[in-house]
Write a protein that binds this ligand. Structure first.
Ligand SMILES: Nc1nc2c(ncn2[C@@H]2O[C@H](COP(=O)(O)OP(=O)(O)OP(=O)(O)O)[C@@H](O)[C@H]2O)c(=O)[nH]1
Ligand SMILES: [Mg+2]
Length: 184
């Protein structure tokens, strides 16, 4: 599923401009995911020092996907990108168990942010192509996701490398944007 087909689905929503925000620890796979959505080459991706943005528009509708670098020293800047976010997409390297606590703490911090209050949350349990990856439900349990009650949320197993699961996640994103707009 590419950015244009996401945009096509979003035309059911009353808003003319949609903003998706990709966050997660460094090495989680955010930029790979963004490039996969944009149908770009994913073989030479380097750690993001600032941010990447992909935009598509047609018939007066615009979709912006923001991908912010996840290295620790860049995380203080995440907050500059919160405003007007329609869906937060949080990416986790499901094979990197020793960083589950770190990613869980960063996510908890995001959920406390006023500018992201009520914003639907899709968690990509990425890198499912690796045999060492935890499943989406193990991740959900390990990160105590069931305690999230103040917004719509969903965990989706995926591989940004093979694109498996990415479409299912983006369909959820599209549905929940229109849902939020209709009810806000
Ligand atoms: N096996 C596997 N590797 C992946 C997957 N997604 C990303 N990677 C690899 O993980 C590494 C980091 O990917 P990036 O997309 O740069 O991660 P990022 O979240 O953008 O990292 P920062 O820009 O530092 O925040 C790269 O070597 C990718 O090829 C995946 O689904 N499976
Ligand atoms: Mg990156």
């Amino acid at each position: 599923m590419g950015l244009l087909s996401i945009l096509r689905r979003l035309k059911q929503s009353p808003d003319q401009e949609v903003r998706l925000l990709l966050l997660g620890l460094d090495n989680a796979g955010k930029t790979t995911l963004l490039k996969q959505l944009a149908a770009e080459d994913i073989s030479h991706i380097t750690p993001t020092q600032g941010f990447n943005i992909k935009s598509v528009q047609s018939d007066g509708f615009k979709l912006n996907v923001w991908d912010i670098g996840g290295q620790r020293r860049i995380r203080p800047y995440w907050k500059n990108y919160f405003e007007n976010t329609d869906v937060l997409i949080y990416v986790i390297d499901s094979s990197d168990r020793k960083r589950f606590e770190e990613t869980s703490m960063e996510l908890a911090d995001l959920l406390d942010q006023e500018d992201l209050a009520g914003v639907p949350l899709l968690i990509f349990a990425n890198k499912q192509d690796l045999t060492t990856a935890s499943t989406a439900s193990e991740l959900a349990e390990g990160l105590h996701l069931h305690t999230i009650r103040d917004r719509m949320w969903q965990v989706q197993a995926c591989s940004a490398l093979t694109a498996e699961g990415v479409q299912d996640g983006m369909i959820w994103v599209c549905r929940n944007i229109s849902f939020r707009k209709k009810n806000s």
